[in-house]
Design a protein around this ligand. Structure first.
Ligand SMILES: [Mg+2]
Length: 261
């Protein structure tokens, strides 16, 4: 994993502009700073403006653990697609499957409300196609996490568990994840190349994808990540978007042609 803002990183970036390129981003901690209040995660005016400008040239997809309705409320920029619920909501997930995810979550919710409603500092978030149990406000977090996991181990069908920062996400078992969703989006938009930026554990599902068609960039250096490059912190996202814009400003007939593909 190498720093993105080096000659090697920028060269690789430039190489991804040789045909229609899809730009995809995680939301929290990538396009916005991480905040203790989920409802405060909003784009800065500058990031919004840069995304809008870039969107004039390339398709942009935002892939998040949040529900799409939540993303639409928070995100002041409208991308080509939102993909929500860690890939369980959005293109490629058909109606019947969505209904199954929803029904499974409702069944879990009923059971969980009995099991965790008395726990201090614990909050159950219903994201329609997945559930999130937040324990950020619990006094003894390690014990609380253990207690929640004990409760969720009794759920049927067994959920796929995705850990976040003081949150345990419960997902209905499926083939979908952020990596699968990105591939579906590329196929749908006929994009031969993609650039993906993310900071979550679930973003590793993108970073682990084989081949060279996706340039994988992580926010923050991490030794065991499968990403190619890293940005120091989320605030480098504006510099990154600026860099993309500068590449488009180069008078290159091939780039010009691919922007209209
Ligand atoms: Mg994130």
């Amino acid at each position: 994993m190498r720093r993105f803002f080096t000659q090697a990183g920028l060269q690789k970036f430039k190489g991804h502009f040789r045909s229609l390129t899809l730009f995809a981003f995680d939301y929290d901690g990538t396009l916005t700073p991480l905040t203790s209040k989920l409802s405060h995660a909003k784009l800065t005016h500058k990031t919004q403006r840069l995304l809008e400008k870039l969107h004039g040239y390339v398709p942009i997809v935002i892939i998040s653990g949040r529900s799409i309705s939540d993303l639409k409320k928070l995100c002041s920029f409208t991308p080509t697609f939102f993909i929500g619920n860690h890939g369980l909501e959005g293109i490629g997930v058909k109606g019947k499957l969505k209904t199954n995810f929803y029904q499974t979550c409702q069944k879990w919710k009923k059971r969980l409300l009995k099991g965790i409603s008395d726990l201090q500092g614990v909050e159950l978030e219903d994201k329609k196609y997945s559930l999130a149990i937040h324990y950020r406000r619990a006094r003894h977090k390690v014990q609380m996490k253990r207690l929640i996991l004990h409760t969720t181990s009794r759920l049927h069908p067994a959920p796929k568990i995705v850990f976040g920062k003081f949150v345990i996400n419960l997902l209905p078992a499926s083939q979908f994840n952020k990596g699968v969703s990105l591939k579906i989006a590329m196929h749908y938009l006929k994009a031969k190349h993609a650039v993906y930026v993310g900071d979550d554990k679930t973003d590793e599902d993108v970073f682990r994808l084989p081949g060279n068609s996706i340039l994988k960039i992580r926010i923050g250096r991490k030794n065991n990540s499968c990403a190619n490059f890293y940005l120091e912190k989320h605030y480098e996202i504006n510099r990154f978007l600026n860099e993309a814009m500068e590449l488009w400003d180069i008078e290159d007939p091939e780039l010009e042609r691919s922007s209209r593909t």
